[in-house]
Design a protein around this ligand. Structure first.
Ligand code: SF4
Length: 492
């Protein structure tokens, strides 16, 4: 692995079939993690085998840990987005794993726990990988008294539907569902969920939270739809017209005070530099990014050179571009350059998937194609360490790393799941630690009742409502009836 001098304002990682070429210290650190220490790989693999542990990790996981996991031959390991983590964990159990560690933040491990319990798997151990709480600025915003107060007001609005982002705790979803009909969404289905609600209940009043940027971005989307022709809108949703979108916009409200601290760093200055210096690059951004970056990515998407969506959408977009280049098999003078507008931990999944395709192409005699991932992060988005081996790490010195002070696009909460903490936990399990010994690693089990019903049942209802929508393309009759309210039911 070479270390090239920086060219543009931002660090970048060039991916070839058999080589990684980082530009700038931030990218070099990311690349180093992709070539993990063999001893660490063997040690982790041995522990996972000995304890029969499946690993359900989020895309944003610490790159060092992802690198070691990806190099391990242990079959029960998956890296995915928050929605799919519980499903993958279930699959790995079916394939023979005996317990699951969740590498993510606390609401993710709580979700896996709740799904297992609901499926009659309460006896299967689920572990989080830290003894202290693993928070999330978005989840905390939704758990605040301000959010509760906002929901109380929303519940008094006729035909209100609360659309809640998946990155929130089960208890928050439960408290919301008790007050107001609630539908969970992800960044990849948020817009379609809202349009479907408009199609089935034209008078619906959407309340979106807790992500303020995502809420604002959805409003921008809706405004654009409202200005399109009926035929154009029908292509996005066949049962919705521009007039229906315009009317729904009047009643749309987003929670004003909830941000992901990682996506907060992709602000106006970053967008300005991209516009000035990276006009030829493709742009892949998460739906949570702030307004200026979102506008830029949306423009790129409209011009066919970008995507705005979930982590999975970003990965698919990049791979589609690679597939197109492979199919054309030209030797492009320039690499396929992509601005990565999301958490830098995604680079591990991107590199693995892109290199697999490039390798296959080379093996078939194709050209040595190059994909360049550009991290739109601050120049000083690395901190020096005292470690002679690891001189720099992603993160800003003496801060939480991805704060607004000079963002490095890495989530400090996710990074609490380190290789060392995972190994220490697995060693304790291997050495016979009892359930009581491991109590601090247990996700919260949401016991207790709300309005006479188990809290976990309330909390999973908005998730089941989303799964119904994903399965059928429609909101359930029950949810629609609740949104319409008792008066409409009496009239019917
Ligand atoms: S990146 Fe970190 S802070 Fe942002 S939503 Fe995910 S867990 Fe929360």
């Amino acid at each position: 692995m070479g270390f090239l001098p920086r060219e543009g304002a931002f660090p970048a990682l060039r991916i070839r079939a058999k080589a990684l070429e980082p530009r700038g210290p931030f990218a070099r650190t990311q690349a180093e993690y992709l070539l993990p220490d063999e001893l660490a790989v063997r040690r982790l693999t041995g522990l996972l085998e000995a304890t029969g542990t499946a690993v359900a990790a989020h895309f944003y996981m610490d790159p060092q840990l992802q690198g070691v996991l990806a190099a391990s031959p242990w079959p029960h390991s998956s890296v995915t987005d928050s929605l799919a983590m519980a499903d993958r964990a279930m699959e790995m159990l079916d394939q023979g794993a005996r317990r699951v560690v969740v590498l993510g933040v606390d609401f993710m491990s709580e979700n896996v726990r709740a799904v297992f319990d609901a499926q009659g798997l309460a006896h299967v151990p689920v572990h989080r990988v830290a003894t202290e709480p693993i928070g999330c600025s978005l989840a905390e915003a939704a758990a605040s008294p301000a959010y509760d107060a906002w929901l109380q007001q929303a519940a008094a609005v006729p035909n209100a539907l609360h659309v809640i982002y998946i990155n929130t705790g089960l208890d928050v979803k439960a408290r919301a569902e008790v007050q107001i009909p609630t539908l969970t969404c992800t960044s990849s289905n948020a817009l379609q969920s809202i349009l479907q609600a408009v199609a089935q209940v034209p008078e619906v009043a959407i309340r979106f939270g807790p992500d303020t940027y995502m809420g604002r971005n959805l409003q921008v989307y809706l405004r654009r739809l409202a200005a399109m022709s009926p035929a154009q809108v029908a292509q996005v949703h066949p049962d919705v017209t521009p007039a229906m979108v315009a009317a729904a916009l009047e009643r749309f409200e987003a929670f004003p005070d909830g941000n992901c601290i990682v996506h907060d760093v992709f602000g106006a200055e970053v967008a300005r530099v991209i516009r000035a210096d990276y006009q030829q690059a493709l742009v892949a951004a998460h739906l949570e990014v702030p307004g200026e970056m979102f506008d830029l990515a949306l423009e790129a998407q409209a011009e066919g050179r970008g995507v705005v969506g979930s982590t999975s959408d970003i990965l698919h977009f990049i791979l589609a571009r690679v597939d197109a280049a492979v199919a054309g098999d030209a030797e492009p003078a320039e690499p396929i350059s992509v601005i990565l507008g999301t958490e830098a931990g995604m680079i591990t999944s991107i590199v693995r998937a892109v290199q697999a395709r490039l390798l296959q192409h080379r093996a078939a005699g194709g050209a040595d194609l190059c994909v360049e991932i550009i991290f739109p992060v601050a120049e000083d988005a690395v901190a020096t360490t005292d470690d002679r081996e690891l001189v720099v790490v992603p993160g800003v010195a003496a801060s939480e790393g991805c704060s607004a002070m000079g963002g490095c696009a890495t989530c400090p909460y996710m990074k609490m799941n380190s290789l060392d903490t995972l190994i220490a936990l697995l060693e304790r399990i291997r050495d016979g630690a009892t359930a009581a010994d491991l109590a601090a690693y247990e996700p919260t089990r949401w016991a207790g009742t709300l309005a006479g019903r188990p809290l976990a049942a309330w909390g999973t209802q908005p998730i089941l409502a989303m799964r119904h929508f994903q399965r059928t393309g429609c909101l359930s009759d029950e949810l629609v009836a609740r949104v319409r309210g008792p008066q409409a039911q009496q009239q019917e």
